[in-house]
Design a protein around this ligand. Sequence first.
Ligand SMILES: *Cc1c(COP(=O)(O)O)cnc(C)c1O
Length: 362
Amino acid sequence: MAGRASSDALADALARQPRVALATVPTPLQEAPRLRAALGGSALAPRILLKRDDLTGLAGGGNKARKLEFLLADARRQEATWLITTGGVQSNHARMTAAAARIHGFGVSLVLTSPVEQPEVQGNLLLDRLLDADIRLVPPSDDPGAPTSGREAEAIERLVADLRERGERPYVIPLGGSNEVGALGYVAAAVELAAQLELADASPSRIYVAVGSNGTAAGLAAGTRLAGLGAAVHGVAVAGPALTTRDRAEDLAGRTVALLGLPDAPGAAYELDEGQVGAGYGRATAACLEAISLLARTEGVILDPVYTGKAMAGLVADVRARRIDPSETVVFLHTGGLPGLFAQAAVVAGGLAGGGEVSPGG
Ligand SMILES: *Cc1c(COP(=O)(O)O)cnc(C)c1O
């Protein structure tokens, strides 16, 4: 019963961390039988469970809600009055930070990287505007596949100085909320998932998850080890090595365990699949578009073209290449991203049979 004792210690360590309420949890853990059938049925495909973190709420849902519960509590502990964060112009993290700021009474500024001076007010950017966030656009990197340019650091510094001059106390949340405080959200998610798996009588070999700024995978890796879940965290990179690497996630997982004050536990590996990145962050691949359409048609569940479509493409590719035994169970962590689908409507529709054209009625 060593696992049991350590999971009590884990629950206690988590309960000692400052946290505010933001996410609607537990999120459902759902069987995906029609997806399994479409991939060849039980002779060829594993049992697939969808962990629906797209349903966390917070102005459209997604994984950042769990991280922000710990980040906002830290901001409050430091008596901050204003949140600043950064990301691409269609950042889900920025949108959810803005919503979280509104709920908990912080001012909020978003430093967003945009390739054009006047980006279309659509998807996440539309929601940022509705949430009345202060939005500062900065030019992108010269690398078209990179999510950030390094120019946001200067913009953030200026903003911090301006806000202090106005008597505010700014709190800077890093890209994706991916530090050890934010990653605690996915340690808590691993504990939640472990309980659901026990009820479902399932012991998955792998948990598939999209990886951008590494915090989700790092928290999950730490949490699965500490909770004694045997599953390997199987990350699927959605960006190149400027952002997403195995070492960064492992390093962050170690710091997250240390923050909890627990000894690290041995456990299943953290694997990173770098085969689905394509042309880079935000650039949907054909396999990503196919995966989006496959899950919509089979399960009525909508993925996004930046993160979850690529993660599902990684799972589909592994099934087709027979890298997963059909006797196994896998979990697919749906991390959200729906607003980003609308910001790339033409790309997504172009991936459909017939280019997404709608027949006239008669
Ligand atoms: C941010 C995000 C991810 C990636 O999480 P990281 O912690 O940044 O690796 C995955 N999916 C969606 C929809 C996201 O918004």
